[in-house]
Design a protein around this ligand. Structure first.
Ligand code: 13P
Length: 244
């Protein structure tokens, strides 16, 4: 593997303090630090961020968050600010995940505001896009994705897009490699119209496992993977990393 690859663990609302520490310690001890082309990013629940930030500070692991607020600070009860994420050394933030769009009403407009504030603090946004099943079935998925890109992505010099078809998340269903290739290619050519963007990375997410990672990365030509369920199991995530 000669090009930089991003492996992003999205732990979602899983793992308690002791289980997360055990998993991190196993990742720190693993041999993949010898793979300099691999960026391994861990995105835990907010409350785990301080202790994980401390645990990984001299390691090859990088820290990300699963969300941020679109304002710098203020009267937003229950929210967490980008400034705090930066203080705890978060380098990345997942934005626009379909679960946040569904359960927390994150709209494209809101996602755009969040991307802007993350970039202003030099935290790299990982922006999720992905179609529901009916759009895949009636072949209008590219139009759906284009609208998400159009409405979410601001003027910026670098962007990471994670293509996560909603019907693939947690279901064991994975698009054909040609289908993932088609979308990554489409995203890159569409975003080339944004004259500010110098660097575009496209990740794939949705039921990634050690059984499909090699094919996804090699055949679909994506720049990495956003991994949910498989990132919670030490053996499985270490196997995924060992394959790359
Ligand atoms: P799964 O890997 O569990 O399908 O989840 C994908 C995802 O939503 C990552 O953000």
């Amino acid at each position: 593997m000669d090009q930089n690859k991003l492996i992003v663990s999205n732990w979602k609302m899983n793992l308690n303090l002791s289980d997360s520490k055990k998993l991190i310690n196993k990742l720190i001890k693993s041999t993949f630090k010898k793979k300099p082309y691999l960026k391994n990013i861990i995105c835990p629940q907010f409350l785990l961020i301080p202790s994980i930030s401390n645990l990984i500070k001299d390691s090859h692991l990088l820290l990300g968050a699963q969300n941020c607020h679109f304002e710098r600070k203020g009267a937003f009860t229950g929210e967490s600010s980008i400034e705090l994420l930066k203080q705890f050394n978060c380098k990345y933030v997942i934005l626009g995940h379909s679960e946040r769009r569904l359960y927390s009403a994150d709209s494209n407009l809101l996602v755009k505001k969040k991307i802007k504030i993350a970039i202003s603090e030099e935290i790299k946004p990982i922006v999720c896009i992905g179609e529901p099943l009916e759009f895949r079935k009636n072949k209008s998925y590219l139009k759906f994705l284009e609208q998400q890109l159009n409405e979410c992505v601001p003027e910026c010099s670098e962007i990471i897009i994670a293509y996560e078809p909603i019907w693939s998340i947690g279901t064991g269903l994975v698009p054909d490699y040609e289908e993932i290739y088609e979308v990554q290619n489409y995203v890159k050519s569409f975003l080339k119209n944004n004259k500010f963007i110098k660097k575009i990375s496209v990740l794939y997410g949705g039921s990634v496992s050690s059984n499909n990672i090699a094919h996804i990365i090699k055949k679909s030509k994506v720049d990495g993977a956003l991994i949910g369920g498989s990132s919670l199991d030490d053996k499985e995530i270490l196997k995924i990393i060992s394959i790359l």
